[in-house]
Design a protein around this ligand. Structure first.
Ligand SMILES: [Cu+2]
Length: 153
């Protein structure tokens, strides 16, 4: 986990400005993945038995309108221990976003550029609840900090 408590506090402060702007439309347009987004790139398809994560100015899979934040983890992915987890991440936003999963996909910082499709597979070798988050600064960062991968034993 790259974030420190101090960083999280800073993100909350930033989100108070940016997030409010997003919610109220104060200069940041929420489009549901249309106007300020790039086209869905080729290969942006949910893998069989796996997960598709769309990064847009609505967060990870519409994090913002799903109430993502400290009170509600979103998106929530579930798997069984020992299972191979396949995830396709598509960035349809005009800015880069990060994609990390603590314990599983956090050995380096992943940057998904606009229009890029990032595919990742791993074996869910450890049970528990793992954070899915963005590790690079973006305008909706706060809403991309509380995804969850739940691995059942
Ligand atoms: Cu971010």
């Amino acid at each position: 986990m790259v974030l420190t408590v101090a960083t999280v506090v800073a993100f909350v402060a930033v989100a108070a400005v940016l997030g409010l702007g997003v919610i109220l439309g104060g200069g940041v347009v929420r489009t549901g993945g249309t106007t300020s987004s790039v086209a869905f790139p080729a290969g942006c398809v949910r893998p069989a038995g796996g997960f598709l994560i769309i990064q847009s100015n609505d967060g990870y899979n519409d994090s913002i309108s799903q109430g993502a934040g400290l009170s509600k983890p979103w998106p929530v992915l579930t798997a069984n221990e020992g299972q191979t987890v396949n995830i396709v991440v598509c960035n349809v936003d005009v800015q880069a976003h990060g994609f990390q999963i603590s314990n599983y996909v956090d050995s380096s910082i992943n940057v998904v550029e606009p229009g890029q499709v990032y595919k990742v597979s791993f074996v869910a070798s450890q049970s528990g609840s793992f954070l899915i988050y963005c590790a690079i600064p973006c305008s909706i960062h706060f809403f991309m900090q509380f995804g969850q991968l739940k691995v059942s034993a």
